[in-house]
Design a protein around this ligand. Structure first.
Ligand code: ELE
Length: 213
């Protein structure tokens, strides 16, 4: 792809830390302390999934946290893009991609990490200017061997694998030449968030931020 790629900004975000926490937050009161704990722990790039009724309010609160970069995950429709942008999301993540969705993020000027799980899906996105993709669902789609396979003929595409990544398998993904970062929910487990265990979450984030890549 030429220099008019749509992934320039997303790639910069993915370079900031080895892990992007994937956050499912039910209570807006948890948003700020959770984001602050993750940023303190060394994970400044945060993906808030649009899978809870509170998600847009959570994005708005987290966007106030200094040093953080708050994006919206689970973008599926153009309406999701508008809502996420209005809430203050500065980038978007989607499990897959449609032309309608990418038309919307491009029109909104929202950096995007679109999902792909096969060579054809990745090639379609590459043809449209996206060379930094979410590999989703990573473990279910073949994990590291699949990334190695796709990376043979398509080394110009870089991935953020997400889905089934954990502290035990993260290093194996990050060691791949076509992986820049990985997404995972393990740094903010639901029970620790509900308990307000911000120090424990900060410690999980710190360990994740120190994963080699
Ligand atoms: O809702 C979305 O848009 C998503 O991004 C789905 C997430 O990628 C996975 O839920 C994270 O997977 P785990 O780390 O295995 O929990």
């Amino acid at each position: 792809m030429t220099s008019n790629t749509h992934s320039v900004e997303t790639r910069k975000l993915c370079a900031l830390a080895p892990i992007i926490p994937v956050l499912v937050v039910d209570d807006v009161a948890h948003a700020r302390p959770l984001a602050e704990a993750l940023v303190r722990g060394g994970l400044p790039v945060l993906e808030v999934t649009l899978r809870t009724p509170a998600a847009l309010d959570v994005i708005a609160e987290m966007a106030k946290v200094e040093g953080g970069h708050v994006g919206a995950g689970t973008l599926v429709t153009p309406a999701d893009v508008t809502a996420a942008k209005n809430a203050g999301a500065t980038f978007g993540v989607s499990p897959g991609a449609t032309d309608a969705l990418l038309d919307a993020t491009e029109a909104a000027g929202m950096p995007m990490l679109p999902g792909a799980a096969t060579a054809s899906e990745a090639m379609r996105l590459l043809a449209r200017g996206y060379d930094m993709l979410k590999f989703f669902p990573a473990e279910a789609s073949g994990g590291v061997p699949a990334l190695k396979g796709i990376g043979g003929p398509l080394p110009q595409i870089t991935f953020c694998p997400t889905g089934g990544i954990n502290p035990d398998n993260a290093a194996g993904y990050l060691a791949q030449p076509n992986v820049l970062c990985a997404g995972g929910s393990w740094v903010a487990p639901g029970e620790l968030v509900k308990a307000g265990a911000w120090d424990q979450i900060e410690a999980l984030a710190r360990a994740a931020s120190q994963l080699p890549r």
